[in-house]
Design a protein around this ligand. Structure first.
Ligand code: DLL
Length: 446
C-alpha cells in the first residue's frame, strides 16, 4: 500500500496531497501533458468502430493536432452515441484486456456500457485517493460506503480509492438502514459516502433510534450522484455535525472521482490531467469563458478500454475563475445546477428542481423529503409540491400550519410564477430513497 499522502504532509507541514507533483502542476505543463495524452486517446479512439467511422465522416486528421485547444475541431459525443454503440462499438481493446464493465441504465432505451482495463481501474483508484486526501481523509479513517455496488459506479468506484489510501472500508452498499446505523456505531465510521437524499433520511432514522447523529464518530460525508442545493448541504452538516464534500462524476467518465471538493469547500477540482473540460452554450454548442454557466463537456484523456471524446454531460455548471487557496492548479467547477434535460418549463418559466429545493430547504420547519408533481388542466400547467415537515410541527396548531403553507406558496411563487399547491406532510409520508432520489413526477409527459 502506498502512503504518499501522509509522508508528504508530515515532512513539510503543508496540507496533504495524494500526488503533489501532478496536483500542483503549473498550467502550461498541465496543458502540454493534456496534449500528449490527447494524442494517445485519439490513437486509441481510431481503434474503435464508432470513432473510426465518425472521424472519417468528418474528415478528421488527428496527425494535424498541435495543441489541446485543437480538440474543438472534433465532434461532440452524446449519450445516444454510446447507446447506439451498444454493446461494444466504443471499445478500443480486445475483450481479453477488459477486466470490468459498468453500465448506467437511464430511464429510457438501452443502457450505456463502460469498459475498463486493469490500468483503467488502477488509475481510477488513484484519482479517488486524490479526492479523498483533498478532503482531509487519511488511512486512519473508517469509510462506510453506502452507495450501490454493482453496475452503478458509485459503490465500487470509491471502494478501490479508499482502499488505495488505506482506509478501513465498510462496503455496506445502499439501503438496510438499521444495519447501516449498527455498523456506524460498532466500527466508529468516520466518513460516509452517500447520496444527499439518503443522508437526510438516515439522519432521521439515527435520531429515531434515540441517538443524536452528532454523537456518532462520523466527521465527513461525500455527497454526490444527484443534484442538491447548498441549503441541503448545510442541513446535512448541521444534522450530523460533519463536513460534507461535493463529489461529481458520471459513468461515461469512469464514475465518481471526476471532480471533488478540497477542504476549502469552494467548488470541485476537476482532475485535468485525466479530464479535459469545456463549458458550452447548450443550444448553440459554442464555447463559453470561465465564470459563465453552461453545459459541461468532458474528454477522458487517460482511458485505454474506452476513449470518450467531447462528451456532452448535460450537466450545467461554470468553471470558477482564479486559483484555489489549497494550492492545487486544477480548475474548479461550481455545484451542478441541474441537467439540461431536467429543466422544468412551468407555465413558460424555466425552473430547475434544485431551485425549488433551495427555497424549501432554507425554511427551518421543512423536514427532509419533498416531491414535485406536475400536471396540466385545460392547457394550464399546475404544480403540486408535497413537503415533509418535522414532527414538532404537528402539535395541533392548525393556524401555524396554514401560515407556513401560505409562506411556502409565496416564496415559491416568486420563483416559478405559477402558484403552487402545497401539501404539508408528516415525516416519513413520502417514500425515502436510498439511491438517487426521484424528486419530480411530471404527468404532463404521460
Ligand atoms: O452518479 C457517479 C457518481 C457516483 C457520482 C457517486 C458521485 C458519487 P451516473 O449514474 O452515470 O454516475 O450519473 C451521472 O449524476 O451526469 C449528474 O447529472 C449527476 N451527478 C453526479 N454527481 C453529482 C453531483 C454517478 N455531485 C449523473 N451533483 C451526472 C449533481 C451529480 N449531480
Amino acid at each position: 500500500m502506498v502512503d504518499r499522502a501522509d509522508t508528504c504532509a508530515k515532512k513539510d507541514g503543508r496540507k496533504a496531497m495524494w500526488n503533489r507533483e501532478l496536483e500542483t502542476l503549473d498550467r502550461s505543463s498541465l496543458e502540454k501533458l493534456q496534449m500528449k495524452k490527447l494524442e494517445k486517446t485519439l490513437e486509441s479512439a481510431l481503434r474503435t468502430r464508432y470513432y473510426s467511422r465518425v472521424f472519417s465522416d468528418h474528415g478528421i486528421d488527428v496527425a494535424r493536432f498541435r495543441s489541446i485547444k485543437d480538440i474543438a475541431a472534433l465532434p461532440f459525443t452524446a449519450k445516444d452515441d454510446l447507446r447506439l454503440s451498444y454493446p461494444d462499438g466504443m471499445c478500443a481493446v480486445p475483450r481479453a484486456e477488459v477486466v470490468r464493465m459498468h453500465a448506467s441504465s437511464g430511464t429510457t432505451g438501452k443502457s450505456t456500457v463502460i469498459f475498463y482495463t486493469m490500468k483503467d481501474i488502477n488509475d481510477w483508484a488513484e484519482l479517488v485517493a486524490r479526492c479523498m486526501v483533498a478532503s482531509g481523509a487519511t488511512r486512519e479513517d473508517v469509510f462506510q460506503n453506502m452507495m450501490g455496488y454493482g453496475l452503478f459506479t458509485g459503490g465500487l468506484g470509491l471502494h478501490y480509492g479508499a482502499e488505495r489510501l488505506g482506509c478501513m472500508v465498510i462496503p455496506s452498499a445502499a439501503g438496510n438502514t438499521l444495519r447501516q446505523i449498527q455498523l456506524m456505531k460498532d466500527f466508529g465510521t468516520t466518513i460516509i459516502h452517500i447520496t444527499p437524499s439518503y443522508a437526510l433520511h438516515l439522519g432521521d432514522e439515527v435520531s429515531a433510534q434515540g441517538v443524536d447523529p452528532r454523537e456518532l464518530a462520523v466527521r465527513k460525508a461525500y455527497l454526490g450522484a444527484e443534484p442538491y442545493s447548498e441549503a441541503t448541504r448545510d442541513k446535512i452538516e448541521n444534522q450530523w455535525g460533519l463536513d460534507a464534500y461535493n463529489s461529481y462524476g458520471l459513468s461515461e467518465m469512469n464514475g465518481p472521482g471526476v471532480a471533488f471538493e478540497c477542504i476549502e469547500k469552494r467548488g470541485m477540482h476537476v482532475w485535468e490531467d485525466y479530464y479535459y473540460i469545456e463549458i458550452i452554450d447548450p443550444v448553440s454548442g459554442r464555447p463559453l469563458p470561465d465564470g459563465d454557466e453552461g453545459e459541461l463537456v468532458i474528454t477522458h484523456l487517460n482511458r485505454e478500454a474506452m476513449p470518450v471524446i467531447r462528451y456532452r454531460t448535460r450537466d450545467l455548471t461554470a468553471v470558477i475563475p482564479g486559483p484555489c487557496p489549497c494550492g492545487r492548479s486544477h480548475r474548479r467547477i461550481e455545484r451542478i445546477k441541474g441537467r439540461t434535460d431536467d429543466m422544468l418549463i412551468i407555465g413558460g418559466v424555466n425552473v430547475f428542481p434544485s431551485q425549488i429545493e433551495t427555497v424549501l430547504m432554507k425554511v427551518p420547519e421543512v423536514g427532509n423529503n419533498y416531491q414535485i408533481v406536475l400536471d396540466r388542466r385545460e392547457n394550464l400547467d399546475r404544480i403540486h409540491i408535497k413537503v415533509e415537515l418535522y414532527s414538532k410541527m404537528f402539535r395541533g396548531d392548525l393556524k401555524e400550519l396554514d401560515n407556513l403553507k401560505s409562506r411556502l406558496a409565496r416564496e415559491l411563487q416568486a420563483l416559478i410564477v405559477v402558484t403552487p399547491r402545497i401539501e404539508l406532510l408528516e415525516p416519513g409520508s413520502l417514500e425515502p430513497s436510498t439511491g438517487k432520489a426521484v424528486r419530480v413526477i411530471d404527468s404532463r409527459k404521460i
